[in-house]
Design a protein around this ligand. Structure first.
Ligand SMILES: [Zn+2]
Length: 251
């Protein structure tokens, strides 16, 4: 039996190596998998100090991704630990399994992210309906809330970036616009035309290989400082005008 449990751990909880499977049983439409965390202790969320003083335990039943056409519900034995730091405000705290559970959530992290993806693709009502097909009962509002809680997608770093100036407040203030040359899409606006601002922006994006800029000295200097290995291509005034017209249409 032990070998079967170990195999189940590998199959079902590859990304959470601290999980120990203690039972697996079917209950009608539902597969119930009993798990516990085999770590000796955990960090206090209040002060960050390790504690192995178990203060008690209780069961939680987060829903997991369905398997073989059935709902999967975990029967998770959660230990409550006492913080050993006397000045810490958290007297006791419950353990979490990184990558698998979070506080108060009725889903595992992987079910949560699948529901968020479903919501992203189908929005609330259709998302809730599709989730129901998979045996996950979730309301339309909850699907929308999950999409809302997703982290902002990080824009990818362009390979070829065009640097240009743009005018604000009827031309009284100038900023810097950065354009992904391959798609023609503006990727960012900087509030000024300083070489240091441009250098800082470029240095945070090491994937940039080519910088197309006009002949203004602050752009050349900023590009040299911020992306010393990128190829610099200087553009003439005709190209600049075309770029401006293009941007005005897009923004
Ligand atoms: Zn603490």
């Amino acid at each position: 039996m032990n070998e079967v449990m170990l195999r189940l751990e590998e199959l079902l909880f590859l990304s959470a190596p601290e999980v120990a499977v203690v039972s697996a049983e079917e209950d009608g439409e539902v597969i119930r998998i009993g798990i516990r965390c085999r770590a000796g202790g955990t960090l206090c969320p209040g002060c960050g100090v390790w504690s192995n003083r178990v203060h008690g335990s209780y069961l939680r039943f987060p829903a997991d991704l369905p398997s073989a056409g059935r709902r999967v519900v975990l029967s998770l034995q959660v230990r409550r630990f006492a913080c050993t730091v006397t000045s810490c405000k958290r007297r006791t705290f419950a353990e979490q399994i990184p990558g698998l559970t979070r506080r108060y959530s009725r889903w595992t992290e992987r079910l949560r992210s699948v529901l968020a993806e479903v919501g992203l693709a189908l929005a609330g009502r259709a998302g809730a309906r599709i989730a129901d097909v998979f045996g996950i009962s979730v309301s339309r509002d909850t699907v929308l809330w999950l999409v809302d809680a997703l982290p902002e997608p990080q824009p990818r770093t362009p390979r070829v970036v065009g640097v240009d100036e743009y005018a604000m407040r009827n031309g009284r203030v100038y900023g810097t616009v950065l354009v992904e040359v391959e798609s023609g899409r503006p990727v960012d606006l900087l509030p000024d035309r300083e070489s240091t601002t441009l250098a800082a922006w470029l240095s945070e994006r090491p994937g940039i290989e080519v910088i197309c800029r006009d002949r203004a000295p602050f752009f050349a200097e900023g590009a040299r400082e911020g992306a010393p290995t990128a190829l610099q291509v200087a553009r003439g005034p005709r190209r600049r005008l075309a770029q401006h017209a293009h941007l005005r249409q897009r923004t």
